[in-house]
Ligand binder design. Structure first.
Ligand code: IPM
Ligand code: MG
Length: 370
């Protein structure tokens, strides 16, 4: 197969981890005989520096003309004082909106070889396998007005939490569809004891649930969900929630796996290419030091293969390679075991790449003897 992938490395550690993911995809191409063409484009702070805009038109066009998009990370302290329209994060929000990436899937599963890296006790994280389905193009991130004002002489500020009913419906339907192929349980997270938007969300969730009689629906208040994720995370299958709650809960949930550097994500659109990005940020404090964990980005590439290209076996090859390298004890500093040597980003990538290709050698040998 031949596929066109737009790569948006972005800022901070974005370029390092993107390079890693591209290396791994090239290895997959070699092993499975696919041609991946990579187009590089600017987003975030890097785009502001070179073009004056966090999401240049060229970037958007490149994305629209490709089969999938891989994004590193955006943001950094040098742009913190910029006006809202000229912040790197604006580029990310705009691309989500422009490509209609309404559903962000953030799978969190327990990895036996990383047990000691999680700050949570082993008996609590053992068996965790949950999927956060985060609404990505609405809510507080996009509502207008969002501005500082002077209200009767007093300095004040407003952000707006706005949703259309149909926006709630489509993300809830996606969550139920996904639950059907998992353990058939949806936990809808809201703040219905306070927010009107959450009361409507609950209503829509009930309505959607009627079309999925074999999927169990439960409602959970977001503060309780934050607590339950630490207390008893194995109770969850699919968690569906609005944009900002999903942002917060997914960072929290990442610690069940040991590090933010482990979690991939897929942002789905029904109208165009989907986008794949790690859930972590640009980590400016370690950028350019060859210390970043490339696993979240590499696993995002695996999600791309499975979801956008229906390359299930290829995706598994990457996931197996990652597991194999982690199980052998090779770790970046964020998940290194006490007393062990931490591996650099590039070494981690090389090892994963070797594991992807080695399987090829093994299966060739197997076919000779078959
Ligand atoms: C994420 C990030 C972004 C978000 C930031 C960088 C705008 O935290 O993808 O989780 O809040 O959506
Ligand atoms: Mg976040």
């Amino acid at each position: 197969m031949k596929k066109k992938i737009t790569v948006l490395p972005g800022d901070g550690i974005g370029p390092e981890v993107s390079r890693g993911a591209v290396e791994i995809l090239k290895a997959v191409g070699e092993r499975f005989n696919h041609q991946f063409d990579f187009i590089y484009s600017l987003i975030g702070g890097a785009a502001i520096e070179q073009t004056g805009s966090p999401l240049p038109d060229k970037t958007l066009n490149d994305c629209k003309q490709s089969d999938a998009v891989l994004l590193g990370a955006v943001g950094g302290p040098q742009w913190d004082q910029n006006p809202p329209e000229l912040r790197p994060e604006k580029g990310l929000l705009q691309i989500r909106k422009e490509l209609e990436l309404y559903a962000n899937l953030r799978p969190v599963s327990f990895n036996p070889s990383l047990i000691e890296s999680s700050p949570i006790k082993e008996n609590i994280i053992t068996g965790v396998d949950l999927l956060i389905v985060r609404e990505l193009t609405g809510g507080l991130y996009f509502g207008k007005p969002s501005a500082r004002t002077i209200d009767r002489g007093e300095e004040s500020v407003v952000d707006t939490l706005y949703y259309k009913r149909k926006e709630m419906k489509r993300i809830l339907v996606t969550a139920f569809e996904l639950a059907k192929n998992r353990r058939s349980k949806v936990t809808s997270v809201d703040k219905a004891n306070v927010l009107e938007s959450s009361r409507m969300w609950r209503e829509v969730a009930e309505e959607v649930a009627r079309d999925f009689p074999n999927v169990q629906l439960e409602h959970m208040l977001v503060d309780n969900a934050a607590m339950q994720l630490i207390k008893n995370p194995t109770q969850f299958d699919v968690i569906v929630t609005e944009n900002m709650f999903g942002d917060i809960l997914s960072d929290e949930a990442s610690m069940l796996t040991g590090s933010l550097g482990m979690l991939p994500s897929a942002s789905l659109s029904t109208t165009g290419p989907c986008l794949y990005e790690p859930i972590h940020g640009s980590a400016p404090d370690i950028a350019g030091q060859n210390k970043a964990n490339p696993v979240a980005m590499i696993l995002s590439a695996a999600m791309m293969l499975r979801n956008s290209f229906q390359m299930d076996e290829e995706a598994k090859a990457i996931e197996n390679a990652v597991n194999q390298v982690l199980a052998a004890g090779h770790r970046t500093p964020d998940v290194v075991q006490e007393g062990k040597r931490a591996v650099k980003t590039e070494e981690m990538v090389e090892r994963i790449k070797a594991a992807v290709l080695d399987h090829a050698a093994i299966s060739n040998i197997m076919s000779i003897y078959a």
